[in-house]
Design a protein around this ligand. Sequence first.
Ligand SMILES: Cc1cc2nc3c(=O)[nH]c(=O)nc-3n(C[C@H](O)[C@H](O)[C@H](O)COP(=O)(O)OP(=O)(O)OC[C@H]3O[C@@H](n4cnc5c(N)ncnc54)[C@H](O)[C@@H]3O)c2cc1C
Length: 426
Amino acid sequence: MGTRAVIAGGSVAGLLTAKVLSGWYDEVVVLDRDELPLDAVHRKGVPQSRHAHGLLARGHQTIERLVPGFRDELIGRGALENDQHNDVLLYNEGRLLKRAPSNLTGLLAGRPLIESVLRAKVAEVPNIITRPGTAVDGLTAESGRLTGVRINGERLDANLVVDATGRSNRGPTWLRELGYDAAPVDEVRAGIVYTSREYRRVQGDADFLGVISGHYPENPVGCGAGANDGDRWLVTLVGMENNPPPAEPGVFEDFAAQLDGPELHRLITRAEPLTEPVRYRIGPSVRRRYEKARRLPEGFIAAGDSLVCFNPAYGQGMTIAALAAEHLAEVLENGDAQLTRRYFSGMAKIVDTAWVMSTSNDRRFDTTADKQPLASRLLVRYLSRLNKAATTDVVVGRAFLEVANLLAAPPSLLKPTTLFRVLRSG
Ligand SMILES: Cc1cc2nc3c(=O)[nH]c(=O)nc-3n(C[C@H](O)[C@H](O)[C@H](O)COP(=O)(O)OP(=O)(O)OC[C@H]3O[C@@H](n4cnc5c(N)ncnc54)[C@H](O)[C@@H]3O)c2cc1C
């Protein structure tokens, strides 16, 4: 394809993209402003790592294809595979989805562990060079084409530049400096706050591996909690900005009493805490519509949270980062002509499903968002009815989980078999 691809940001999206590009470019250089330890530790550039992270079934499968051996390595280091239908208590609008064995396999692992395993795997690839402690300051271009990046006052030439700088999202600023208008942006304010704490996990303390409780207007308190890295529970409570989960020990546990189900509150009032609660204010969900940009320089792409960052309560971020890397491989199969346009127009379709799923619920809370589109209002109402059916009907529950795991598109919930079961339950 060319001699060098440069990736700004060496986190999950950057690493997965590097792995793909290593098959096409002589040299792939990953630049990150943080030091990048191989161990599973928290670092400044990824503040979300102290909060619960799960990998959806689609993400799990896709990363394994991109980075063979990822699953075994992760499990070997303490991650837990989980049957999303049987091992996780899932409350939707106060209703507990009926559990049943399935092959919807997700992975429960701390965010630092996931990144650490990916980093070790990528480090084995000889033509990927990682330069930690190196912040990208801007881009360079000539005649409508990117020619590289600026770092510490120097220039590093590249045929392709990937913005994988995450939520801090430097790409639009860099493009503006080169005279390109900002791409249109869709934004929905979820208005939620996460507070998380870790506890010791002992054998037999629960008959589940995770609890997910969605927030909704009648009870805007939720959670995402899971068995984590061997002997831990990582418990994230979710609240709204006007009623955030407290960061004081003891009060944090009391807050969990507001959850729809009693299980998590019961668990954490008995378990031994291992850390202090930490808080994270989730900003808006932002989708950068590069596919609609009037002009873009050839040789620029964006991946992971810098392209789209979701309300994390739906656990979609890493899966979309993996799907973007897989899509990039398909785009490269057809050469590098118009690579930027082809990449972004394909990504728009990939992001659509996840975006509709997460923002349909969030728009119910966002007073500043545009009026909710009819399709999205209907989806919310239908899902509410479907959730009721899923408390007793495992076929309906399974159909819902396939969509939530991004294995099927929302219209699949309208298949006659599912529709009939949902209407019958009502
Ligand atoms: C609270 C929270 C919970 C989440 N839970 C889930 C979950 O359960 N499941 C899920 O799939 N996803 C979840 N996500 C999303 C997930 O964390 C991200 O999708 C994932 O980390 C991939 O992000 P990324 O690689 O695009 O960016 P990040 O992980 O944010 O990394 C960006 C990288 O860019 C580097 N960087 C920034 N600026 C520069 C620069 N100028 N030069 C060089 N390097 C730079 C940073 O140091 C960092 O390494 C959650 C997010 C949040 C906020």
